[in-house]
Ligand binder design. Structure first.
Ligand SMILES: Nc1ncnc2c1ncn2[C@@H]1O[C@H](COP(=O)(O)OP(=O)(O)OP(=O)(O)O)[C@@H](O)[C@H]1O
Length: 238
């Protein structure tokens, strides 16, 4: 598989505080990659750096073989990247309006075609399309955030903690929906603390203090002592 995203020694931070210390990763076309790490490891900072919301202090980010490090977020999005933050949606806007915003780079007819696809994928949203996003449950709001991100038709979707704030039943729903998204051939980079998402991934990275501590296939990470320690506070030795 050829690399869709190549992240090479990216450095970033806030004021005097450096958070990313030479973060490296790749995402191949059609691949699902999980970015793991405890609170404060730097996952959100890396995703924001990739989409251009956080300036990089060093390193390079390539999408489809082109260096996008100097591009503004809107230019990166036009090149096929979309980002779902933990916040996700605009609560006072309707579901239909939120979806339209996700497709701002598309024409009106392309956008309504994609919205129809989203309503097929997310029937709960179809039923409430004129309702304000604030009227949705936490799980449904997360679905709307995901649908809004998918509206772009981007090749690479970056998801920041899609499970945050959700009850386990909603987490399972999000995972099932992501399986459908993966089935469409979209590449996903998912930053998550919930180990259940590893089941979706082809490969993953464990980030620690702004560096990739461990990387490997899903099977390698499932058997990794470092992953076990980070998530459960225990190693194979106990
Ligand atoms: N706006 C900011 N200003 C200053 N420091 C920040 C800011 N945002 C994040 N940080 C710091 O950067 C470090 C990495 O934070 P980041 O949110 O990237 O981690 P994370 O792995 O996504 O954590 P979490 O899983 O808790 O969301 C933390 O030490 C955090 O305190």
């Amino acid at each position: 598989m050829s690399a869709l995203l190549e992240v090479d020694k990216v450095e970033a931070g806030y004021g005097d505080v450096q958070v990313l210390w030479g973060a490296d990763m790749t995402v191949a076309k059609g691949e699902t990659v999980l970015l793991m790490g405890v609170n404060g490891a730097g996952k959100t900072t890396l995703l924001r750096s990739l989409v251009g919301l956080q300036p990089c202090r060093g390193g390079a980010i390539c999408l489809n073989g082109k260096d996008i490090s100097a591009l503004k977020p809107d230019a990166r999005i036009r090149r096929g990247m979309a980002y779902m933050s933990e916040l996700g949606v605009f609560p006072t806007l309707s579901i239909a309006e939120n979806l339209r915003l996700g497709a701002y780079a598309l024409s009106g007819s392309q956008a309504s075609q994609r919205a129809d696809q989203m309503y097929q994928m997310f029937p709960d949203l179809a039923k409430k399309r004129r309702a304000a996003a604030a009227s949705l449950s936490g799980g449904q709001r997360k679905m709307l955030g995901l649908a809004k991100t998918l509206m772009s038709g981007a090749d690479l979707i970056l998801l920041d903690e899609p499970s945050s704030g959700l009850a386990p039943v909603f987490v399972s729903q999000v995972i099932e929906t992501l399986k459908e998204v993966i089935g469409t051939g979209t590449s996903l980079l998912i930053a998550e603390q919930n180990i259940a998402f590893l089941a979706l991934a082809d490969r993953g990275y464990l980030m620690d203090h702004g560096r990739m501590e461990v990387s490997g296939t899903r099977a390698e990470l499932e058997g990794s002592d470092a992953v076990r320690k980070a998530y459960f506070g225990v190693s194979a030795e106990g």
